[in-house]
Design a protein around this ligand. Structure first.
Ligand code: 9UX
Length: 72
């Protein structure tokens, strides 16, 4: 099974922000892939829903000091 999550991520001001969020997420257990876009403030994440959920993923980003919320 695979979950997909689209988020709005706020507070990113440079490309290193993008890289650090992607690195943190992809090294988080249960996260399969993470793609963050600085220009659009969007993030697309694939995950194993048996291991992790949207709330934990959002919390991980927030703990880094960024804003994160479900898109739409
Ligand atoms: Mo760039 Mo982002 O200098 O947290 S890494 S602003």
């Amino acid at each position: 099974p695979q979950g997909k999550l689209a988020l709005t991520v706020t507070g990113m001001t440079c490309a290193s922000c993008v890289h650090s969020i992607e690195s943190r997420l992809t090294s988080t257990r249960g996260v399969l892939a993470a793609s963050v876009a600085l220009a659009t403030n969007k993030a697309n994440i694939r995950f194993d829903p048996e291991v992790i959920g949207a709330r934990d993923i959002i919390r991980t980003i927030e703990q880094m000091g960024f804003g994160a919320m479900l898109l739409k």
